[in-house]
Design a binder for this molecule. Sequence first.
Ligand code: DMJ
Length: 609
Amino acid sequence: MAVSTSYRLLHVNIVNSVERRHMWRCWRRLSRRQRRYVSLLVVALFLAAMFTFLMQFKQDAQRESSPSANSQFQPVSNSGIADAFRKHKLGERSISSGSTGFGSVEGRQHTSKTKPNETPKSPTLPRRIRFPGAENDRQRAVVVAFKHAWSGYRRYAWGYDHLRPLTRSGGNWLGLGLTLVDSLDTMLIMGLDKEFEEARDWVAHSLNFTANKYVNLFETTIRVLGGLLSVHHISGDRMFLDKAVDLGHRLLPAFETRTGIPLSDVNLGAGKARGPAWVGDSTTAEVSTLQLEMNQLSHVSGLAEFSRRAMNVSRSLHRLVKGWATTPAGALLPIFISPRDARPRSSAPVTLGARGDSYYEYLLKVFAQLGEPAAFMRDDFERAMQHVYEYLLRRTHHSRLTFIGELSSASQRRFSPKMDHLVCFLPGTLALAVRLGLDRRHMIVAEQLLHTCYLTYQRQPTGLAAEITHFRLDNSSTDFYVKKADSHCLLRPETVESLWYLYHLTANSTYQDWGWRIFEAIERHARVPSGGYASLSNVMDVHNVGQRDSMESFFTAETLKYLYLLFSDDQSTLNLNDFVFNSEAHPLPVLRNQDLTSLNLEIDHSVYI
Ligand code: DMJ
């Protein structure tokens, strides 16, 4: 056998060398002019081959950028072969090899149950969506505000998580350029292309996830992953998808628990995860506010693993709510849940404020994103709202203002008439629920609660709301008060977010006027002349608001974005048929039936048993 193989090889070599010698002899027999013609012919053939090759690349890139869902948006004109080539190459690196930026942690990935090398099915690329830019004076004023915030960040905090506007410096928390990544889609929506391009370059060349550092899974998901996915969908730029896939893989170790309920913190560089040292439990809102992002990541990458992990958490919570429904809090969950046995901590408070809020938000929004496969979440939302109305909704004695209080614990159900500003996301979510076909009476609560949220601004001397407001159920002559310790204001988005939903769905311009007054108050008290906006220490004293040395990333990601959308004459561009906004105001596409196949997302009937 070995002898015959060697013989065949010898024979092939002899034949090849004879042929080569023959060609060389022919070449030498040619005249100089003939040789020139032949050379020219070879060069021409080579060029023709190159041309065909590049055209093929171009076609591939165009095919990749084929439209997804939104036919009313115009595609950007072809940006050229070089660009297509660049995108094509980037795509190959991240999707087919599965090794984007994993470098030092590949070994860890190997031992974990996550599958970085899972073969994608059909990566989908959206085309670029164009936004018209500011259309009226109010929108223009918001763009000026954004530019002012951005100029401070750009000058003093470039690449840091936050601007520290008073000391004109940058501060870090996750170390992921948070304000920059969080603001990318806002820039595109406002038509700030120059600012966007500069920030895009930073993401392309400086954003990496290799630091040996623990970051919060939820915050990184809603702000960074959500920001990257949203801007990828809007811009059609594959670089953002590359980054998102890399980050997505690095977040997966947090899900490596016995129950699949993720741990709160994950070390992106080292591939490890841990719970908070002070309590072994995970936060209910945090573990349940990952699904929109993971589903979208699976959809665009073709890697079903992300969606599977996140939706498993939702299914666990669903089972838990069903078992839990006989306890005093019914379909409302306490704010902590154990990743060891997936049991809620019944001694923990029940609230739609901090640590509870976005559990309820995503119950509905995941249904908005996926439709039927997430019908169990819609049903949980509906049940939860019935219990919110029963146990948490009250009216003040003085002016019958509607507010949502808290329970001191899930087991005891002691009511506390205190409402975080965070709760003001609820009117918007209730309005969305009606839009999605749920009980129309949610709209009444939405309108009443939003009025209360607005009054928490208007009834403060500064025109800005405090972090926490306490409501009065007794027969005193006021509806609410603020404790000194709660009187700060981080320029949070929830009230203007709900104003946008209500305006978007009712076209009642009163909501725009309310938003404008809030915007004016922000301008009056929070604007820092050298650039940026500052959080405030005290909304109760116009003469001493106490500007703080911090501008949160959600100010440019959410507050200014929702204000800009609220003032838009044309509400059709970012509409609720085609988009679902994540918890950090990043618009993601609603997934159609044909999109869902890439998620391997079957309707899991077992959740109804
Ligand atoms: C944001 O990061 C998100 O909206 C989150 O869900 C709640 N808190 C802030 C804004 O207040």
